[in-house]
Write a protein that binds this ligand. Sequence first.
Ligand code: SF4
Ligand code: FES
Length: 262
Amino acid sequence: MGRSEQIERHMGNMKLNLKIWRQEGPAAKGAIKTYPVSNVSEDMSFLEMLDVLNDDLVRKGEEPIAFDHDCREGICGSCSLFINGEPHGPGRMITTCQLHMRKFKDGDTIHVEPWRAEAFPVIKDLVVDRGAFDRIQAAGGFVSVNTSGNLVDGNAIPIPKHDADTAFDAATCIGCGACVAACTNSSAMLFVSAKVSQFALLPQGQVEAKRRVQAMVEQMDKEGFGNCSNTGACEAECPKGISLSHIARMNREYMVASVTKD
Ligand code: SF4
Ligand code: FES
């Protein structure tokens, strides 16, 4: 069954008034445009509601709204919409694709914008370029492993349960960028600290620990992200509940790396 067919089977009675950011390309001037949308069901996800609108636009011969999405189940981190002034909209610990229309009322006006940050330039409409995150990750967010046949089985290395759990929590960051969008300084520290913590807490991450934190922080600064605003907005809006304590750990790791030799 195609997506249009799936949507038609779930049509509802809600009518909404959408105010959506439209921008033809990176250099074009953008503006908010108004779109009424009807036949929305409260069981639809926010992205399915946009699919309904796009179907309408295509039928009328108009350009559909560009927005990012992939898994539609809170895993990939692609969906990235600023809804009524909040990254991923109302609701906590969910991504835009997990936001359901039952959070809104019939007749509501909803504002939809892309992430706003200099380091995330708009590509088109609601799609931004989050390549900066990829470059930070490439700078140090990995473990180099000797694959010559002398590998130690990961399960043979004892790791305290608390460390394993905290590393796992950090690893749940999906790289969505909501933390940057939520921050008044467009800081990427919550994202970078999650990627640093994920390895810093495990024995496998120790060999490159100092180089990793220095390279990732350096790349973060190069990309033009701001410094931590200390408001905690990033943690409040993070769909995966990444804790501010990772920022404290990253700062400690960075300080130790700066004052000690490799
Ligand atoms: S820390 Fe949270 S908000 Fe930031 S990129 Fe990771 S999952 Fe998204
Ligand atoms: S589309 Fe993958 S997290 Fe929303």
